[in-house]
Design a protein around this ligand. Structure first.
Ligand SMILES: Nc1ncnc2c1ncn2[C@@H]1O[C@H](COP(=O)(O)OP(=O)(O)OP(=O)(O)O)[C@@H](O)[C@H]1O
Ligand SMILES: [Mg+2]
Length: 257
């Protein structure tokens, strides 16, 4: 479904991705891990066709995602319908006057006859049906994230790219999201800094290093149990512990504290 070959990207003269290659089969669920600034959001935007690679290529369903392809009306519509990106900051995705309009926006744009039914179905599926008439900017951070997700799902995409979907969610809602995503019949690539969630979100992990290269592609569990790899990826933290008068410091990979 996705083939990334020797992908490079940079902003001005700063590299953000260097020589990244991987493949994803339809139906796989993967997590994308890495320290702040290593290039996760950039990679998702490239996969969604919003940024162009500086070198290398990205293929989706056998076709190269190139500026030329995204200019061709039919190919562009199909790609936009099949590939959805949930931004790290949901505010940039919400611009309609009501939650209902927000979720119905995509299906309406595509002229789908069942836009109304889809909006109501996906609003209920993510649990925001009671906010349908509210302006999105009046919602809490977690509610906005759910509305943004419902707006993507209303297009019934084949590939979902989720950038920190659990960042604004409380523990109960995070548990709900993990189960909800596990049951969704889509190919899924999700970023998270919550390592305790990583294994639940994907059996396979892609890990970007701070040098912007792909430093791991394999079983999530094996990565998470390898402290040397976690430290190399800057995904472990050390902090002081006090035991009475004694104080010491050691590595952790679990969430704080
Ligand atoms: N629009 C931009 N202009 C210039 N530099 C950018 C831009 N967007 C991102 N960068 C830089 O590119 C690098 C990769 O950023 P990116 O947002 O992809 O990281 P990330 O892995 O998603 O980080 P985080 O975990 O903090 O979300 C960072 O050094 C960042 O400062
Ligand atoms: Mg990011």
């Amino acid at each position: 479904m996705i083939r990334v070959d020797a992908l490079c990207h940079g902003y001005a003269d700063q590299p953000s991705l260097i020589d990244v290659s991987f493949r994803v089969e339809a139906g796989e669920k993967l997590v994308l891990l890495g320290a702040n600034g290593c290039g996760k959001s950039t990679l998702l935007k490239i996969l969604a066709g919003l940024l162009a690679p500086r070198a290398g290529s990205v293929h989706y369903a056998g076709a190269e995602i190139s500026p030329a392809l995204l200019k061709r009306g039919e190919a562009r519509r199909r790609f936009r319908r099949e590939v959805g990106l949930l931004f790290q900051n949901p505010d940039v995705m919400l611009f309609n006057p009501t939650v209902y309009d927000e979720i119905a926006f995509g299906p309406r744009q595509l002229g789908l006859a069942d836009a109304d039914a889809r909006a109501r179905h996906w609003a209920a599926a993510v649990g925001v049906e009671r906010y349908l008439s509210r302006p999105p900017f009046t919602l809490s951070g977690g509610e906005k994230q759910k509305v943004a997700l419902a707006a993507l799902l209303a297009l019934e995409p084949k590939l979902l790219l989720l950038d920190e979907p659990a960042a604004a969610l409380d523990p109960r809602t995070t548990g709900w999201l993990v189960d909800f995503l596990a049951d969704l019949p889509v190919t899924l690539l999700t970023t998270t800094h919550q390592l305790a969630l990583a294994g639940e979100l994907g059996a396979r992990a892609l890990v970007l290093g701070e040098d912007h290269r792909l430093i791991y592609d394999g079983a999530t569990d094996a990565f998470l149990s390898d402290m040397e790899r976690l430290v190399a990826a800057n995904l472990a933290h050390a902090h002081r512990h006090r035991h009475g008068a004694l104080e010491h410091r050691h590595w952790h990979a679990h969430e704080w504290p």
